[in-house]
Ligand binder design. Structure first.
Ligand code: SAM
Length: 347
């Protein structure tokens, strides 16, 4: 067991989770979520907005039967490696093969030169994808791609891809000075170190939330809320990670955008016009399951609306809250907001 600063306890395995910068990730809130969920009885659990994968990984450490999912590809690759995968690690032989320069492909270099990274970094990404067929095991492949995703995120200032100026947020951190290849080798070992055998049955699937079956003992919901300022578009911030996770195969790149973004997939959670009815549909869809909904006070819809919507489908809704500091940032401003974090439990 692992004791956090606030005296809450989570399984020690959780300390091995390779933390990632991802908007709205719940890493720091895990001890509080852990304590809050203690009173809920469940074995099967769905995390359909998995994002960085931190909550799914934590649920796996508890021995739950975890279904981890997101509608983007890169979160799914990460949870395939870290949540569904029980015992496969990437070998040194595979790492050496993947870092060999082969000159076969050039898409990353041709598309992103003068936008992101150096010549060597982009050629490394091209070589990696040229070499990847060498790995046939699905989990070993997912570890390799996870290490590449993490390498690209670490090498990029603030881990987001909204602007192309590498000097803008360069504070000289080591992460910004070593190459993607060096990061990749480190990240293979970091991911290997986090892999463990689940006591429950875990799976990772890529799906829209409404395409999941409707019954799990518990559904943990952490959807994108509409912030009072700024926007909640994951593709705008992380399009490069989404692209690199599948070598941009089948992706619709917006040629007119300065940073060669991928077109964002529609999600009804992102628009004021559709948000309330979408939450109603969400609670209705999972009406047979217990629901734990994460919510931050800086968002739309309001907690009162969410509570009343949940009460349409649940006998009892309990609201737990915690003070929390969020870092919000975009390319014009970055600030810290004090927010109250809520967990609404509907049973
Ligand atoms: C707030 S983040 C989840 C953060 C996550 N709990 C963590 O700790 O990293 C919301 C996630 O919902 C995903 N998403 C948005 N709309 C979706 C939809 N309609 N179906 C499935 N996933 C969706 C986004 O890709 C994003 O990863």
């Amino acid at each position: 067991m692992l004791l956090f600063k606030d005296q809450t306890i989570v399984p020690a395995q959780f300390s091995k989770y390779p933390r990632m910068r991802f908007m709205g990730n719940k890493y720091k809130l895990i001890p509080w979520i852990n304590k809050t969920l203690e009173s809920v009885d469940y074995q099967s659990v769905l995390d359909p907005f998995s994002g960085s994968g931190t909550v799914s990984y934590y649920l796996k450490t508890l021995g739950k039967d975890v279904t981890s999912s997101d509608f983007l590809n890169f979160p799914n690759v990460i949870t395939c490696a870290l949540v569904e995968n029980d015992n496969v690690i990437i070998s040194n032989k595979s790492i050496n093969k993947l870092i060999t320069n082969n000159g076969e492909l050039n898409f990353a270099y041709l598309t992103y030169k003068d936008i992101f990274y150096t010549y060597d970094d982009l050629k490394f990404i091209d070589s990696f994808w040229g070499n990847l067929n060498y790995i046939t095991n699905r989990f070993e492949k997912s570890i390799a791609i996870t290490a590449l995703i993490r390498a690209c995120a670490k090498r990029q200032p603030r881990g987001t891809f909204t602007v192309s100026d590498p000097t803008k947020y360069n504070d000289g951190r080591r992460d910004l000075t070593i190459s993607i290849k060096e990061h990749f080798i480190e990240q293979c070992h970091e991911v290997n170190n986090a892999i463990f055998k689940a006591a429950g049955k875990c799976e990772s699937i890529r799906k829209d939330v409404f395409n999941h079956k409707q019954y799990y003992d518990l559904v943990y919901l952490d959807p994108p809320y509409i912030p009072k300022e700024n926007d909640n578009c994951y593709m705008k911030r992380y399009h490069f990670l989404e692209g690199v996770s599948c070598y941009w195969k089948g992706q619709d790149i917006m040629e007119s955008s300065k940073v060669k973004k991928i077109a964002k997939p529609f999600t009804p959670f992102s628009y004021k016009k559709t948000a309330v009815q979408t939450f109603d549909k969400l609670f209705s869809h999972f009406s047979k399951s217990k629901i734990a909904l994460s919510y931050s006070s800086n968002s739309i819809p309001s907690i009162e609306i969410l509570e009343s919507l949940m009460l349409k489908y649940k006998d009892k809704v309990t609201i737990h809250s915690k003070e929390y500091r969020y870092n919000f940032g975009n390319h014009t401003k970055a600030k810290i907001n004090n927010a109250e974090e809520f967990l609404l439990i509907g049973e």
